[in-house]
Write a protein that binds this ligand. Structure first.
Ligand SMILES: Nc1ncnc2c1ncn2[C@@H]1O[C@H](COP(=O)(O)OP(=O)(O)O)[C@@H](O)[C@H]1O
Ligand SMILES: [Mg+2]
Length: 453
């Protein structure tokens, strides 16, 4: 079904400006009504409902603030963008505080207007859809607190309940912060094992001997310091799920013992003499490439196959930017009762940031922003420097008129992308090369050319 054209009201007293805006927006496919001053604008608000209003702030008769106020009173879902003369930043900020969606400076760039309007209309469409389909969206965009609307996450949300009902072992892979823990517990909660224990252990946080006794338990006197008998986590998880986080860190030695326990469903406590039988489903997770670990001999292949019966890969957040607004909304609700909104440009920055720490970093950022801002409209100025600076570096290229050295400029840009890609992938060259669309050879060549370690 073809969507009806979005309706925009332009209120602007300067004739040339009004006509340019009107024409531009009509070419973009919107249905546009123009008003030559505030009073005419107010009259339109009584007569019709608009998706978006673009209004000048300073006008004879009623000004932009009155338009904003009236619009909020009559149709609160309509978004309002204020036009402000360069240099009168305060009135723009004031307007944002009063609930304007965004502001643009006069004189404006055509592309900028196009983008801001498009984002506004998309947002408006989304919020209409959200209110229409709230219940439906809840079930499709969220499973057990896992949020996502990107095609990749939709696929995962569809799979999670199916995998949960199955009894096979699952290996969850993905960068740090992509939701591996979250998915592991969802798999347990949605499984027939949910009335038994979900036991998680981080294999990286124990030295070898201790990890073994954590997993399998020990009898008094099995080693120095074993002053009592102790059940292992395999026993605690009996009937339920054992979550082996950072599974790549299990020492080779212990890997064989783990393999036997999984294959036979039995094991012995350290120092124990009887076999203990358990029924445990194993979910493991890693941010390492386990296949590579197998190839290099650091991980047993047979154990890898036992653990990786069902593989589940969580994509990094930068590959599913569509999820970001939804996640932000989720974390705003989680951390505050305030009704907080992001300006269009602040939201864009959050969407386009690379989020090396994935959802975890996004969550922490939102929590911090809520802690440090009192205003209910979050603008670019409220965002942490690392988010705004990275983008600025990229956007602000020097003017030709200032005189540039193109070779030098291009190598700086190249260097910046090489280092950034390495940071994002935690130093993994193969992945960094892939991110930049380079072959590994040429990536390595460039690194040595610039002396990047
Ligand atoms: N898709 C998601 N929807 C909602 N919250 C998420 C999602 N993915 C991750 N989170 C949250 O981000 C944080 C980090 O997730 P976690 O599962 O610990 O990541 P990992 O184990 O991969 O490092 C947690 O607070 C988690 O609840
Ligand atoms: Mg984790």
């Amino acid at each position: 079904m073809k969507k009806p054209k979005a309706k925009i009201l332009v209120v602007e007293d300067e004739q040339s400006m009004r006509e340019i805006l009107g024409m531009l927006l009509e070419t973009e496919g919107y249905s546009v009504v123009t008003a030559a001053d505030g009073t005419e604008g107010l009259a339109w608000l009584q007569k019709d409902i608009f998706d978006l209003i673009i209004t000048d702030i300073k006008m004879p008769g009623a000004d932009g603030f009155e338009i904003l106020k009236k619009s909020q009173e009559l149709s609160p879902d309509t978004l309002v963008i204020m036009i402000t003369a360069f240099g009168s930043m305060e009135s723009a900020i004031e307007a944002m505080k009063l609930g304007a969606y965004d502001y643009i400076y006069k004189p404006f760039k055509i592309d900028e207007i196009r983008l801001i309007v498009k984002n506004a209309i998309d947002k408006r469409r989304l919020s209409t859809e959200v209110s229409l389909l709230r219940e439906k969206i809840k079930t499709t965009y969220e499973v057990e607190n896992i949020i996502g609307k990107s095609p990749k996450m939709q696929e995962i949300l569809r799979l999670v309940p199916k995998i949960a009902s199955n009894n096979s072992n699952v290996l969850i892979t993905g960068e740090s912060g992509t939701g591996k823990d979250l998915v592991a517990s969802a798999l347990h909660n949605l499984s027939p094992r949910s009335d038994k224990n979900f036991v998680a252990i981080n294999c990286a946080s124990f030295p070898e001997g201790l990890l073994e006794s954590e997993l399998f338990g020990h009898m008094k006197g099995a080693f120095t310091g074993a002053i009592q008998n102790k059940q292992g986590l395999f026993e605690v998880a009996d009937g339920g799920t054992l979550f082996l986080d950072e599974v790549a860190e299990i020492p080779l030695n212990l890997q064989s013992k783990l393999l036997r326990a999984i294959e036979n469903g039995t094991f012995r406590r350290l120092g124990g003499t009887t076999d203990i039988k358990v029924d445990v489903r194993i979910i493991s997770a890693t941010n390492k490439n386990l296949k590579e670990a197998v190839a290099s001999g650091a991980f047993r292949e047979d154990l890898y196959f036992r653990l990786n019966v069902i593989p589940l890969h969580l994509p990094p957040l930068r590959e599913r930017k569509e999820d970001i607004p939804l996640l932000i909304e989720h974390f705003l609700k989680k951390y505050s009762d305030r009704k907080v909104q992001f300006s269009g440009s602040a939201m864009n920055m959050l969407i386009n940031y690379t989020w090396r720490g994935n959802v975890r970093e996004l969550e922490n950022t939102i929590e911090r922003i809520l802690l440090f801002t009192e205003s209910d409209v979050i603008t670019e100025a409220d965002l942490p420097a690392e988010i705004t600076e990275g983008l600025k570096e990229k956007r602000h290229l020097p003017e030709i008129a200032d005189g540039i050295d193109l070779e030098d400029l291009l190598s700086n840009i190249e260097k910046w992308y090489l280092t950034e890609a390495l940071k994002i992938t935690g130093g993994k060259k193969t992945e960094a090369a892939e991110l930049l669309g380079l072959s590994f050879r040429s990536f390595r060549h460039k690194l040595s050319k610039y002396g990047i370690k």
